[in-house]
Design a protein around this ligand. Structure first.
Ligand code: NAD
Length: 489
């Protein structure tokens, strides 16, 4: 039985610094439950002094505890124990479900195993990747020696709090760094429990610290702190630009930026079984209520399969229902808050004013009170400059554009701002590979849409979708800096 009573869950208090819960003081922020808009709890926003304390603790802990200098396999063993504990902790799953948009069924069956496995992947990296011996003159030995940065500042968004934390903490900790992580102020609770479990698994106190607060106060103080040597951020493109600039002016620190997207789903006449393809397209834009960076929100469909595909999609969209995230039977995510729901409504309105036709959806589910469940929505008749095609909406809204020739489809698929992902649906291998080469996106999925459990595949965007990669060995390597050594003999 996965259903639970959200009013009976004890929320972890405040920040988690040096292995202890700290309530904090100062400005209080209210945290609401996305499913019904009721108050979940409050948190005290960390000011610059508390951020300084957390970073100083992390800097001391990573040296004094031996985390950076211990045998890498030892780090891997702690991380594996942590992953095992994450997988079986009922409170963690309930905190994630209560405070975020994730239904408990999805949290238990997907989010938690995915989070634990990402940490296991990096536990296994700890002693697998080395530096290099370089081809130098034969009286010298040239080496490239990797070393951890020290303290990495991590900042995560609200849409997948646990897995985003695992993508940041897994590689950073495995490589011997300490982490100070700021989750989104909208979803603060589950990440604290995750850090608490890390200490119980044997991570030295102070090596992973969680600070709570908004971006302008807490996030910017973290980025600017002189002992934070690298910043790993996931969130919107606008915030990413701000962080890149702040990191440049506060110590020239490297940044990994995983940002927004507006990804195309390119469907050719020879895509194969229409029902199967419709299912992929549907999951691509409705997963987590469309609140996913990788959401495939622009359907670009060849004329020959347009009618059949749209007919099937409309039928599937009509099968959704709303339900609070703590009910085991719920499968569909609410919008994170009123502001996000208003944004979805406003882009749909602007799209209609510029000629878009709503084929299905276009409004909230009735009778969901302050829980903002938005119906899966298809918008047809959209020109390329329509706001619904241009803007990342972060809701379950799919625009539909029709093409005749392959080149036309490829031209529509590329986006002027974003380049995160693309889906290509065709049974013609030559066409699939031409599309793969032709679309400027950090990830191209062919005859599928969405991640697999293969953590070896990195994720990251081109252009306005970001810099650097999460996942893969690239994320591990990016948590190390490389020292060039030359020895004459
Ligand atoms: P956001 O940019 O508003 O906030 C993200 C985080 O940054 C939050 O923790 C926030 O408090 C913090 N922040 C805000 N301003 C800051 C500042 N000046 N300095 C430091 N920190 C600051 O994004 P969001 O609304 O929480 O998340 C949705 C966005 O995240 C979407 O654009 C989505 O595409 C993107 N996203 C990208 C990926 C990816 O892997 N590319 C994954 C998930 C989400």
């Amino acid at each position: 039985m996965l259903s639970f009573d959200p009013d009976k869950i004890a929320l972890p208090a405040g920040h988690f610094i040096n292995g202890k819960h700290i309530r904090g003081q100062g400005e209080q922020l209210a945290v609401k439950r996305p499913s019904d808009g009721l108050l979940a709890g409050e948190l005290y926003q960390a000011d610059a002094a508390l951020v300084d304390e957390a970073v100083s603790v992390a800097d001391a802990a990573v040296r004094d505890s031996g985390w950076a200098s211990c045998p890498p396999r030892q780090r891997g063993a702690v991380l594996k124990r942590w992953a095992d504990m994450i997988e079986v902790d009922p409170l963690l799953a309930q905190l994630e479900s209560l405070g975020s948009t994730r239904p408990i069924y999805d949290v238990v069956n997907h989010e938690i195993p995915f989070t634990a496995d990402a940490i296991r992947f990096y536990a296994e990296c700890a002693d697998k990747y080395s530096g290099d011996v370089l081809p130098t003159r034969d009286v010298s030995l040239g080496m490239l020696v990797p070393e951890p940065y020290g303290v990495i500042g991590a900042i995560t968004p609200w849409n997948f709090p646990l897995s985003m934390a695992s993508w940041k903490c897994g590689p950073a900790l495995a490589a011997g760094n300490a982490v100070v992580l700021k989750p989104s102020e909208l979803t603060p609770f589950s990440t604290v429990r995750m850090a608490e479990l890390a200490v119980q698994a044997g991570l030295p106190a102070g090596v992973l610290n969680i600070i709570q607060g908004g971006g302008a106060v807490t996030g910017s103080a973290l980025v600017a702190h002189p002992l934070v040597r690298k910043v790993s951020f996931t969130g919107s493109t606008a915030t990413g630009a701000r962080i890149m600039s702040d990191a440049a002016f506060n110590g020239m620190k490297p940044v990994t930026l995983e940002l927004g997207g507006k990804s195309p789903q390119l469907v050719f006449d020879d895509c194969g079984d229409i029902t199967e393809v419709a299912g992929r397209i549907l999951r691509g834009f409705t997963a987590n209520g469309g609140q996913a960076c990788v959401a495939g929100t622009r359907l670009i469909v060849q004329r020959g399969v347009h009618d059949a595909l749209i007919g099937k999609l409309i039928e599937l969209c009509q099968g959704f229902r709303a339900g609070v995230t703590w009910d085991e039977s719920s499968r569909y995510a609410p919008m994170i808050d009123r502001r996000q729901a208003t944004k979805v409504a406003s882009v749909i309105n602007s799209a209609r004013q510029q000629g878009a036709e709503v084929l299905v959806g276009g409004q909230r589910f009735a009778d969901t009170g302050e829980g903002f469940f938005w119906q899966p929505t298809l918008l047809a008749g959209v020109a390329n400059d329509n706001p619904a095609v241009q803007e990342e909406i972060f809701g379950p809204v799919l625009t539909v554009q029709i093409f005749d020739e392959e080149a036309e489809g490829l031209a529509l698929a590329s986006h002027p701002t974003y380049g995160l992902c693309a889906g290509v649906h065709t049974k013609n291998i030559d066409r699939a590979l031409r599309a793969m080469r032709g679309i400027a996106a950090g990830t191209v999925w062919i005859n599928r849409y969405g991640r697999s459990g293969d953590f070896i595949i990195p994720t990251g965007g081109f252009h306005g979708s970001g810099i650097g990669k999460d996942l893969g060995r690239q994320a591990f390597e990016a948590c190390q800096r490389y020292k060039s050594v030359l020895i004459d003999f």
